[in-house]
Design a binder for this molecule. Sequence first.
Ligand SMILES: [Zn+2]
Ligand SMILES: [Zn+2]
Length: 130
Amino acid sequence: MPACPLCAKTLTQEIIHGVTIDVCPEHGVWLDRGELLLITEGERFEVGQFSLSDLLREAIQPPVDSNRVLSCPICSKAMDLERYQDVHLDRCVEHGIWLDTGELKALLSNLRLDPLYRRGTSIRLWEARF
Ligand SMILES: [Zn+2]
Ligand SMILES: [Zn+2]
């Protein structure tokens, strides 16, 4: 079982859009490679038409500590910080991404600001990288 990269406690499992993800109740979530795309696809399926009110919203920009280096919960290698949709993800190229508490919610909310969100092939290809 993977452990939280911040407190080292064993992560517990939660299900979101049919995807089992690893969660630290205090610090955030670990998504295995490919899981972000499955979750965003679940969101797309649920969201109706693009809402004009989304055009007026500002993207949520969670704070980032760029000096922090986290270790991948699977291989323990140092993860890279990558910015996607105004959210900074800690990423192990091989295994997946770590999102601090609130960052997954921010990411899903920010994605909806894109009018092409529902049909956007390019953003899906981008998400498939994670
Ligand atoms: Zn933790
Ligand atoms: Zn790794």
